[in-house]
Design a protein around this ligand. Structure first.
Ligand SMILES: NC(=O)c1ccc[n+]([C@@H]2O[C@H](COP(=O)([O-])OP(=O)(O)OC[C@H]3O[C@@H](n4cnc5c(N)ncnc54)[C@H](OP(=O)(O)O)[C@@H]3O)[C@@H](O)[C@H]2O)c1
Length: 248
């Protein structure tokens, strides 16, 4: 059991990568708190996960909500939090000519502000050693047409992981980021991307298929566990070869 005695908080645990991560963590003995904004979806996810899980409705962009989430977690399970997965995030198409300042700012707040609040508010509630994992994206390092706000937000997430790691290294708190390529989750339902475009993306992946969310969760588990104890400030690519293999 890789996470026996762990108490893990997974933001955005009601869907996709977050849900798969909660499932993995629980199968390794962790107690898990999942969060999301939609209460129905969160309730269904918590019910599916079974015992040793708590669902807390909380907006990751709100420091007040995040403080309440950690306090609820610690009070409920009567121990400190040892793993934080800052996973909640959104993806939006933002063609530069058609994107308002408010739309740009909202993507940055949903993906960067949320990570900042998730990590900062966790600090008073963390046990030692602790592991924090920020979910970034392959998009952090690749300019993508119509996705400048998303790409910039994920570059900021990779950067935050490195600075947080530097700031907390002496406190026995490790911080790493993970960069998935394309994973098969509901995030694409709201993106307005055609089946043809998705197929084109899949064909561009050296492994010729998107990831199953559990394949991303397996890498998050590694970063959460003692198996990665000598890693901090790193970004782990889990992308079917997209970042490492030339298309030529
Ligand atoms: N899927 C991919 O191909 C891919 C690739 C690279 C990176 N990622 C990153 O992986 C993470 C998870 O994505 P996913 O694909 O699993 O997406 P998903 O299936 O759409 O799940 C997103 C989760 O985040 C929650 N969420 C979003 N904003 C939130 C907020 N402000 N506060 C609390 N919860 C919030 C959602 O619940 P509510 O809507 O109910 O709040 C949901 O539970 C994201 O950060 C995404 O950018 C995904």
């Amino acid at each position: 059991m890789l996470l026996e005695h762990a108490l893990a908080v997974v933001t955005g645990g009601s869907s996709g990568i977050g849900f798969a991560t909660a499932e993995r963590f629980m199968s390794e003995g962790a107690r898990v708190v999942i969060s999301g904004r939609n209460p129905d979806r969160l309730g269904q996810a918590a019910e599916k996960l079974g015992e040793n899980v708590l669902g807390v409705v909380a907006d990751a962009t709100s420091p007040e909500d995040m403080h309440r989430l950690y306090k609820t977690a610690v009070d409920h399970f009567q121990c400190n939090v040892t793993v934080v997965v800052a996973n909640a995030g959104v993806s939006r198409q933002t063609p530069v000519r058609e994107t308002s300042w408010e739309q740009f700012s909202s993507v940055l707040n949903d993906n960067v502000g949320a990570v900042y609040a998730t990590v900062r508010e966790s600090l008073p509630f963390l046990g030692r050693p602790a592991s924090i994992i920020l979910v970034a994206s392959l998009a952090a390092n690749q300019g993508t047409k119509n996705f400048s706000a998303y790409c910039a937000s994920k570059a900021a997430v990779v950067s935050l992981a490195k600075s947080f790691a530097a700031e907390f290294v002496e406190d026995d708190i490790r911080v790493n980021s993970i960069s998935p390529g394309v994973a098969n989750t509901p995030i694409f339902d709201t993106l307005g991307i055609s089946e043809a475009q998705l197929l084109q993306w899949s064909n561009a992946i050296p492994m010729k298929r998107p990831a199953h969310p559990d394949e991303i969760a397996a890498a998050i588990l590694f970063l959460a566990s003692d198996a990665s104890r000598y890693m901090t400030g790193a970004d782990l690519a889990v992308d079917g070869g997209m970042s490492g293999i030339s298309p030529f």
